[in-house]
Design a protein around this ligand. Structure first.
Ligand code: UDP
Ligand code: MG
Length: 308
């Protein structure tokens, strides 16, 4: 019999996990044609998530868990889960039921019957989410799709079902600056998109603050585009052009009307503008350098403290 692995990164999910388990087992019991395996990845939770996972493991042998030594982030948790999974098909999904388990049979049949390698999901609405957050998310997708060859679908979730072949391709990408949405797209394969309206989390709170999301979006851009590095060259070129024009204007004006030293405030403005732009460009360079530095250290993506 074929096997389906369900990977669930969990960080402080003691409220959601029992509800999630109830819902997912309902789906598993309906799908008699395939064997299930649930991999709960405890990403350094400070609540009772690990104890709950251990309890589930005791009463249901299909449940496995991995527990990290601290919080390493959702990206690392997903990678750990993919590594541990042994299914012919793998699903990655959140513990808060924002990814409706009822879609799993639909996804499975799209792969089995229609020959896709992967079925991915995207939410077409963002109801229940702060306006500013939705707006920034939209801008981010617009920007990254403009400056990167890797296309990322607006509203794409990490909720998807993949064939083993695709999972193995993702596991080969062992970069530590992981932006999974980009990695999913980069590996290619035939992907079918399912759309659904946003569902609010069933219990507990979101683990992503606005600031965390902002930093994550920068990670995404740095990981999948080098276009920002060209900014320094573009600014440099523009400023040289402006400077040449200004030099000609000033020489002509001095010859025609005399000394122009009286206008020092405009000089300050120009100096600040150029200084600021230089700092910005150095900052962008620094961002890429920092990522390269971290990547060359080859630190492990996560440290496992306990697993079963
Ligand atoms: N998560 C994780 N590590 C983290 C943050 C989140 O494993 O550092 C998990 C979390 O438990 C949940 C999933 O990632 O299962 C998505 O997180 P959340 O629901 O907070 O994000 P949102 O849906 O608000 O984007
Ligand atoms: Mg969520």
């Amino acid at each position: 019999m074929e096997k389906l692995s369900i990977i669930v990164p969990c960080y402080n999910e003691q409220e959601s996990l029992p509800i999630f388990y109830k819902e997912i087992t309902k789906v598993a019991d309906e799908m008699k044609e395939i064997e299930f395996e649930f991999i709960l990845v405890n990403d350094g939770s400070k609540d009772n998530t690990l104890e709950l996972a251990k309890e589930l493991r005791k009463k249901d042998s299909r449940v496995h868990y991995i527990s990290f030594s601290r919080n390493f982030g959702k990206e690392s948790a997903m990678y750990a889960g993919l590594q541990k999974s042994s299914g012919d098909y793998v699903v990655t999904m959140d513990a808060d039921l924002q990814d409706p388990p009822s879609l799993i049979p639909v996804m499975y049949h799209a792969i089995k019957d229609d020959g896709f390698d992967c079925v991915a999901t995207r939410r077409v609405s963002r109801k229940g989410e702060p306006r500013l957050r939705s707006c920034c998310a939209r801008c981010f997708y617009h920007l990254i799709n403009k400056i990167s060859k890797t296309q990322i679908m607006d509203g794409a979730r990490d909720y998807r079902l993949m064939k083993r072949q695709m999972v193995d391709a993702i596991l080969k990408m062992s970069e530590c600056n992981r932006f999974t949405k980009g990695i999913f797209s980069w590996v290619g394969f035939d992907v079918k998109w399912l759309e659904y309206d946003n569902v609010e989390r069933v219990a507990g709170n979101t683990k992503w603050s606005f600031w965390k999301l902002f930093l994550y979006s920068i990670d995404g851009i740095v990981a999948f585009s080098t276009a920002p590095l060209a900014l320094a060259a573009i600014f440099g070129f523009l400023f040289c052009l402006v400077a040449i024009i200004l030099i000609v204007v000033i020489i002509l004006r001095t010859l025609l009307w005399g000394d122009a030293v009286a206008e020092w405030p405009s000089l300050i403005c120009i100096l600040s503008l150029i200084g600021g732009t230089q700092m910005l460009c150095i900052g962008i360079l620094g961002e890429y350098l920092a990522k390269t530095y971290l990547e060359t250290k080859k630190r492990p993506m996560f440290i496992v403290k306990d697993e079963e």
